[in-house]
Design a binder for this molecule. Structure first.
Ligand code: ADP
Length: 515
């Protein structure tokens, strides 16, 4: 890797932050394959950049087909023995994995904050808690890997099995990388599969560290992690003939491509894709709940970089002014700062590319006649935040619902606001995008709540809360937001096992055996 720079202006590093920088160097140019933190076959690398200071913190192997082939072969070999380990033992080992991740949770969270800009206190560290929880959840589900027995004709034993599939290819994004690693790896390995993870190019290190730690409890080759770019590494992984299941979280266009790669080999896919989710406030809502719900729903503490962000706000006209006034005041109070500063509530956008994309949508809104930026709209004024990819939480009002600002996933801290006065119209509007991931309604009225639940097209429907997916809450999108569920028992059974139907006829007794 190139020499690690500690940027001017950052001041003295706290010892734990220095240790995180050191860890990034230690993990540089490495993959975890066959039980070891090791060099990749390729010599090519790409830099890991800290989005808060734009300094290089490390580098990662730019794996291509050769590394994919090698790693899949390793996982395929490990599958032979791992699939024969009892389900109970696989669950026990996954529980131990959770314990190890818990021991190192602070360090992993700091590494994530350093590489992807998620604030340590409000996002990166809490992400570790839900990661540990989901590992334990799936560890406990090991006992649920059961088939059915079917009553049939006399003398016949008829049953179905729940078998592992084989090598799973897991392609993950950068926004909540450790949590998504666990959501894919835990059900896959408890069900008896082995995994090749491809990390996102913007955030490979924290996941690499988790995979390294996993080697302390899992047999070699069960969980492997490589790094690289989408077309160069993700595509050959998804297309590999020995990868028998693909689990992917990322953008819709890439999700559609993944499905095409899988089609040629008839390989099952789970796709967790984008969203443009509606957050609707009724005139009778408890505003003391709904206003904080607008902010948490928009995931401003994650810079809005969340698939489930409630990025289309539909406020009833009788309460819109009050909600906007109080929401803007609360948004201005959120502390933006270095993700590793424990006081920061909002970190940075992940990359320059993403920063430019968010800026483009805000510029488009500025150019739209009648549109108004109610809050935010760009880099904060604070002189200390001029270098990194900081972006104020932003509310935009007055763009038409057909505007790309209201139809496309911005994946940044930008929400668009609409006022409404007719419930049927607002439900139609809420459903008027290609997505169908999450949706919330704030009301005290059961009748409207039930109509909303009945008519809204979203995989995660909530009333009077805008929670994020957590363990044991089945999570997945409708329409262009994806296929399949994660985080729940059915996600393990339906997406990480295959089933055989077995019929054993007792036949006729052997007359020679007379007992
Ligand atoms: P985002 O816009 O959030 O970066 P992407 O869908 O581009 O989302 O990326 C999510 C993951 O998919 C990353 O690990 C990325 O490298 C990978 N990826 C991107 N393009 C492809 C592709 N054509 N085939 C397989 N994986 C890809």
């Amino acid at each position: 890797m190139s020499v690690q720079e500690i940027p001017e202006g950052i001041g003295d590093l706290a010892p734990e932050v220095q240790a995180t920088y050191d860890d990034a160097v230690r993990l540089s140019d490495k993959v975890v394959v066959d039980g070891k933190l090791t060099s990749a076959l390729t010599d090519e690398t790409f830099e890991n950049v800290n989005p808060a200071w734009l300094n290089v913190i490390g580098s990662s192997p730019r794996c291509r087909e050769a590394d994919v082939d090698h790693t899949v072969a390793v996982a395929k070999k490990a599958f032979r023995s791992w699939s024969r380990v009892t389900a109970k033992e696989r669950g026990d080992l996954t529980r131990k994995l959770a314990d190890i991740i818990e021991e190192h949770a602070d360090d992993i969270a700091r590494l994530e904050a350093l590489e992807n800009g998620n604030a340590y206190t409000t996002q990166a560290r809490p992400e570790l808690d839900i990661t540990i929880e989901v590992l334990r959840l799936f560890a406990g589900f090991a006992s649920e890997l059961k088939g059915n027995t079917v009553p049939w004709l006399d003398g016949t034993l008829h049953y179905t099995t729940r078998d592992p599939i084989g090598v799973v290819g897991a392609i993950i994004p950068w926004n909540a990388p450790v949590w998504l690693w666990a959501c894919k790896v835990a059900p896959a390995i408890v069900a008896g599969n082995t995994v090749v993870v491809k990390t996102a190019e913007q955030a490979p290190l924290a996941v690499l560290k988790c995979t390294e730690l996993a080697q302390q409890v899992l047999p070699a080759g069960v969980v492997n992690t490589i790094s690289g770019f989408g077309e160069e590494c993700g595509k050959p992984l998804a297309e590999h003939k020995d990868v028998r299941k693909i689990t992917f979280t990322g953008s819709c266009p890439v999700g559609r491509q993944i499905m095409q790669y899988a089609a040629d080999k008839l390989c099952p896919v789970t796709l967790e894709l984008g969203g443009k989710s509606p957050n609707i406030v009724m005139p009778d809502a408890d505003l003391d709940l709904a206003i904080p719900g607008v902010i948490t729903g928009m995931r401003f503490s994650r810079q809005g970089q969340s698939c489930t962000a409630g990025s289309r706000l539909f406020l009833h006209k009788d309460v819109a002014d009050e909600i906007l006034e109080r929401t803007v005041a609360a948004m201005k109070n959120l502390k933006i700062g270095d993700p590793l500063d424990p006081e920061s509530e909002i970190g940075t956008i992940v990359s320059q590319e993403q920063f430019d994309r968010v800026t483009r949508y805000v510029e488009l809104a500025r150019e739209t006649p009648g549109a108004e930026i109610l809050c935010g709209g760009g880099r904060p004024d604070d002189p200390a935040l001029q270098k990194g990819l900081f972006f104020e939480p932003t509310l935009i009002k007055g763009v038409p619902h057909e505007s790309p600002c209201a139809q496309e996933e911005i994946f940044g801290p930008v929400a668009v606001v609409f006022e409404w006065d007719d419930f049927t119209t607002v439900l139609n509007r809420a459903n008027d995008t290609e997505y169908g991931l999450a949706a919330t309604l704030w009301t005290r009225d059961l009748n409207h709540a039930m109509r909303f639940v009945d008519e809204i097209e979203a995989g995660l429907v909530q009333v009077n809360q805008y929670g994020a997916p957590v363990s044991n809450v089945a999570y997945g999108g409708l329409n262009q937001s994806g296929l399949g569920k994660e985080c729940s028992l059915e996600s393990m059974l339906e997406h990480f096992t295959r089933s055989r139907t077995v019929i054993i006829n007792q036949g006729t007794p052997d007359p020679a055996i007379n007992v």
